[in-house]
Design a protein around this ligand. Structure first.
Ligand code: ASP
Length: 439
């Protein structure tokens, strides 16, 4: 069995956490490939190494050196090495890193050094081999991950190697320079390595024991999701649930490698298993729904016109107005004589909303246009909904009983989720009500 493990910033934050990581790896010999983040926050007020490295970059661009911010980097890594009792000449390594950062003058290069140093130190501490991500992960000329090329590289570079530590978050650009993923991107590195080495499991260690059914700020005792499919997770993370980088499932998805979200500080917890549809195993008592997530501040533009359905090109003309203004459409629920366009309110500021309405009027001569602002979208996600009749009934009955007015309904054709629009002021109440009805 092969397991790839990724440890996030809090797991690498100080010597105590790093010792826990070592114990986790040593407790299971299947954990052969380890991806690490840069040291993160040790407490709420602390600053992530990656953020300080971005400050180093700004300082370099302004003054030609990074004396002020690099001293913080130096202090942090020297502290970790000495607390771990490691025999490593970290001072010389840091001197060289600082020099390279000044020479490179690249934000991505600076930011990547957090993961680089973290992996170097951890490899030495645990007695594993250090393999640099730059030798495996490649981006294409558009700046996107070149997965086929990368896959080949991972296979070749790691062939015959076991017990390896790899820095997360970065790879090599088309031009041969260090390039990072977006923030939190070490999750993607772990997924890429899992795919390349054909892992049986990708364990993603963080500081929580998996995904919660909904935001704990709204439902304080929200339960942990035991199992979730890739597709359900896509729906929930699009709506704002964030434990794993939203792009991290793509590399493993095709290969059907499950991801287990686990907690470094409570490793005995089962965590959340993210699996393909056909690996989902039901347990007695599993809830019908998997999760509830939402986002505030949307605007719904409702366009009404009799016989709209028989007018060729109607929807195209409405959408061309939206496109002309460069707006992203979130949802497009429609009826026989109505079409609703849901757009984030942020995009409609500074008079854009009235321009859009006027242009729609000119383009399709509707009978009536109505705008509803301050709408929240809430998705109730669960592939189990398909198998059980009455889910939608239960959802809407609970909302009606709680006196919540539903302004919009959109059920995706996959029947994986039901998205509703409610007033922003009902956002928290709606999530609480759905949670109570199903969990
Ligand atoms: N260190 C990077 C960040 O803070 C990447 C990561 O931790 O995944 O975003």
């Amino acid at each position: 069995m092969i397991k790839v493990c990724k440890f996030g910033g809090t797991s690498m934050a100080d010597a105590n956490a790093i010792r826990k990581v070592r114990d986790i790896i040593n407790s299971d010999c299947d954990r052969k490939y380890v991806v690490v983040s840069a040291p993160g926050k040790r407490n709420k007020e602390d600053i992530k190494i990656t953020d300080t490295l971005y400050s180093c970059y700004s300082e370099i661009m302004e003054k030609g050196n990074c004396n002020k911010y690099f001293s913080l980097i130096r202090e942090r890594f020297m502290g970790i090495v000495s607390d771990l009792g490691l025999d490593l000449d970290i001072n010389t390594i840091l001197d060289n890193t600082e020099k390279e950062m000044i020479e490179n003058r690249s934000a991505d290069f600076c930011a990547s050094r957090g993961e680089y140093l973290s992996a170097l130190i951890f490899a030495r501490f645990i007695g594993f081999e250090f393999v640099d991500a730059i030798d495996m992960i490649r981006f294409d000329s558009e700046g996107r991950l070149n997965i086929d090329y990368t896959d080949d590289k991972v296979k070749n570079v790691l062939k015959g190697k076991e017990n390896v530590v790899i820095p997360g978050f970065y790879g090599k650009s088309y031009e041969g320079k260090v390039k990072t993923f977006s923030r939190g991107g070490s999750d993607i590195t772990g997924s890429i390595i899992a795919r390349g080495v054909k892992a049986d499991l990708y364990e993603n260690f963080t500081d929580v024991s998996g995904f919660l059914v909904c935001d704990p700020r709204i439902v304080p005792m929200a339960k942990t999701i035991r199992q979730i499919t890739y597709k359900e997770l896509r729906e929930l993370s699009y709506m704002g649930a964030s434990v794993l980088h939203s792009e991290a499932i793509f590399p493993v998805m095709k290969k059907k490698i499950p991801i287990n979200i686990k907690n470094t500080f409570s490793p005995q917890d089962e965590g959340t298993m993210i699996v393909p549809n056909d690996k989902y195993n039901y347990r007695e008592g599993d809830p019908i729904i998997t999760g509830i997530a939402g986002k505030k501040d949307f605007t719904v533009i409702i366009i009404e016109k009799s016989m709209m359905n028989s007018e060729v090109g109607f929807i195209r003309r409405v959408l061309s107005v939206i496109e002309h203004h460069g707006l992203c459409v979130e949802h497009l629920p429609s009826g026989i004589d109505t079409l609703s366009v849901v757009v984030s309110s942020e995009q409609l500021r500074n008079g854009i909303l009235s321009d859009v309405i006027n242009e729609i009027r000119e383009n399709v001569s509707p009978d009536y246009i109505q705008v509803i602002e301050n709408i929240s979208l809430i998705a109730t996600v669960g592939h189990g909904m398909t198998r059980r009749p009455g889910t939608a009934g239960k959802l809407f009955t609970s909302l009606a009983e709680a006196g919540i007015n539903v302004a919009m309904i959109d059920q995706g054709s996959s029947e994986l989720n039901i998205i509703i629009g409610v007033a922003n002021s009902d956002y928290e109440k709606t999530i609480k009500t759905i949670y109570k009805a199903f969990i």
